[in-house]
Design a protein around this ligand. Structure first.
Ligand SMILES: *[C@@H]1O[C@H](CO)[C@@H](O)[C@H](O)[C@H]1NC(C)=O
Ligand SMILES: *[C@@H]1O[C@H](CO)[C@@H](O)[C@H](O)[C@H]1NC(C)=O
Ligand SMILES: *[C@@H]1O[C@H](CO)[C@@H](O)[C@H](O)[C@H]1NC(C)=O
Ligand SMILES: *[C@@H]1O[C@H](CO)[C@@H](O)[C@H](O)[C@H]1NC(C)=O
Ligand SMILES: *[C@@H]1O[C@H](CO)[C@@H](O)[C@H](O)[C@H]1NC(C)=O
Ligand SMILES: *[C@@H]1O[C@H](CO)[C@@H](O)[C@H](O)[C@H]1NC(C)=O
Ligand SMILES: *[C@@H]1O[C@H](CO)[C@@H](O)[C@H](O)[C@H]1NC(C)=O
Length: 449
């Protein structure tokens, strides 16, 4: 996959998304009940295509911790229990190259001090820590071992409440700054007021624009629909490589530059330390390494509500009155697979009185007329589409290609989307973004099943 083409696609997509959203916001867009419609696509406008510029990773010292083992790359994610939130962070530095000696994960404690906003951080939660490695059997490629990754489940939180917290090891002492977050509201009648959905972020000057934009809009929840750091597009010397097999054409494995993940994590902290962020894998997270291991960075760097699904590569969670189903397009999904069986159980157990909205997300879209990745996810569609229809999924979010179709085919009536999508903020660049403002008032029960 050529990055130039991807970036081109993204820019184009932004324009088309913008145009289509103007329609939605104006209420001009017909509902599917008036369809079916012939798919309409817009030809590529080559004059609006730009090149992306990677953010240099060596000159962002403000984002590096000043004290040794001070937390960096702090992120929050939701657990399957509405009264708990995961806090994750990394301490210590990664190592790359020859003769690397992994850090001892037990050498730094994993503690979160927290409390309701302005009433002191008098509660303590402790968690676990680990490291991961990305290794290549080819001696020419750089092995990598991460800093210490910490993960703490903070439990017993009240709904719809602002909390403050610090994380780190109080005995060093190396605690983070104080950060804040708001817990999800109570189902069924209450919804997160803004959910930011973004895909294909990377780490470029344009990512910078997008993340500032997202953070400035204070979403309550962020969904990253795959293709996160694009570390797999960088060569062993850290430069962007616009094709696989960059430095070593004969290597059976595509090299990655794992430090991009660390820089990405530091960069994302402005959003992820405050906004619970849920990720689902894209093809750029596969990152095959020695012993056929895949998705290692993805699995270790994020916390997931994966106990029920048994996998980090597909899972579900609730956010107020919305049940989110995150599906894995790069793990088995056929009717006999664990994922499919889990999905059947999960959807069967959704109680629409508790979560009136049912939203699904996965990386490659099932419907697309775009020539790039054309019908790539067709097998997944054939296996799973009927099940999602049967359970009345309201909205689907995808990434992967620029011309991700709107979700009309998924909603009984686009009216419900018109009320859902009340406020949209678009930012263009290495990615596209829409912030969906779910207005509580607009979600009158009349629109819900
Ligand atoms: C292509 O984009 C440029 C720059 O935005 C614009 O001036 C031009 O009219 C567009 N061309 C077409 C055919 O839409
Ligand atoms: C994307 O970043 C480039 C610099 O790399 C800049 O010239 C361009 O204006 C940015 N585009 C947007 C839409 O922000
Ligand atoms: C990287 O790790 C692998 C083990 O998976 C080892 O075989 C290889 O020699 C290491 N490479 C270097 C350059 O140390
Ligand atoms: C990094 O490696 C790639 C692939 O070998 C090469 O094309 C590029 O010029 C190198 N960049 C630098 C700055 O050394
Ligand atoms: C790299 O190139 C070799 C030889 O052309 C090929 O067998 C291998 O599949 C390629 N690896 C990737 C990750 O594309
Ligand atoms: C990796 O996968 C290949 C192809 O499926 C298989 O032949 C090989 O034995 C596997 N290697 C290991 C170490 O599992
Ligand atoms: C669904 O939730 C409602 C409200 O909590 C409850 O009354 C009802 O019994 C639940 N239905 C099932 C099938 O569990």
């Amino acid at each position: 996959m050529v990055l130039a083409v991807e970036s081109l696609n993204r820019l184009l997509h932004c324009w088309i998304l913008l145009i289509s959203l103007i329609f939605v916001v104006n209420g001009q867009f017909p509902t599917t009940l008036e369809g079916p419609f012939k798919p309409v696509t817009v030809p590529v406008n080559y004059s609006i295509i730009g090149q992306v510029t990677s953010l240099p990773v060596d000159d962002n010292p403000p984002l590096s911790p000043e004290i040794e083992f001070q937390p960096q790359q702090i992120s929050l994610s939701l657990s399957s229990d509405l009264s708990s939130v995961w806090v994750s962070w990394i301490t210590g530095e990664y190592q790359i190259g020859d003769d690397i000696e992994p850090l001892d994960p037990q050498s730094v404690a994993s503690v979160v001090q927290y409390g309701v906003y302005k009433s002191g951080r008098n509660n303590l939660a402790a968690g676990s820590s680990f490291i991961y490695s990305q290794q290549y059997p080819n001696e020419d490629l750089n092995n990598y071992t991460s800093g210490i990754i910490h993960r703490v489940l903070v439990t017993g939180l009240d709904r719809d409440t602002m909390y403050e917290y610090q994380c780190g090891d109080p005995s060093i002492p190396a605690m983070s700054e104080v950060h804040y977050f708001r817990t999800m509201p109570s189902p069924p009648k209450d919804y997160p007021s803004r959910v930011a959905v973004v895909r294909g972020l990377g780490l470029t000057y344009n990512t910078s624009t997008t993340i500032s934009h997202m953070a400035a809009n204070h979403p309550d929840l962020a969904l990253l629909v795959g293709d996160l750091s694009f570390a797999d597009l960088y060569c062993k010397n850290g430069t962007l490589c616009d094709f696989q097999n960059c430095s070593f054409p004969q290597s059976p494995l595509q090299e990655t530059y794992q430090p991009r993940w660390d820089h990405w994590g530091r960069f994302m902290q402005i959003l992820t330390a405050t906004v619970p962020t849920m990720v689902i894998e894209g093809d750029h997270e596969i990152e095959k390494q020695a012993d056929n291991l895949t998705f290692t960075a993805y699995n270790y760097r994020f916390a997931f509500p994966s106990d029920e699904s048994g996998s980090t590569l597909y899972y579900s969670f609730n956010a107020g009155g919305i049940h989110f189903v995150m599906l894995g397009a790069y793990v088995p999904y056929d009717k006999s697979s664990d994922q499919y069986k889990w999905l059947e159980r999960d959807l069967f157990n959704v109680n629409r009185s508790v979560t009136p909205w049912l939203v699904a997300a996965w990386h490659p879209p099932w419907y697309s007329t775009y020539k790039d990745h054309y019908r790539e996810a067709e097998c997944m569609r054939v296996q799973m589409e009927e099940l999602l229809y049967k359970h009345g999924v309201d909205i689907v979010f995808n990434g992967h290609i620029p011309l991700t179709p709107r979700t009309d085919s998924w909603v009984a009536s686009v009216d419900s989307i018109l009320h859902l999508v009340r406020q949209l903020v678009i930012s263009a660049g290495m990615n596209s973004l829409n912030i969906v403002h779910i207005e509580k008032v607009a979600l009158a029960m009349g629109f819900l099943r």
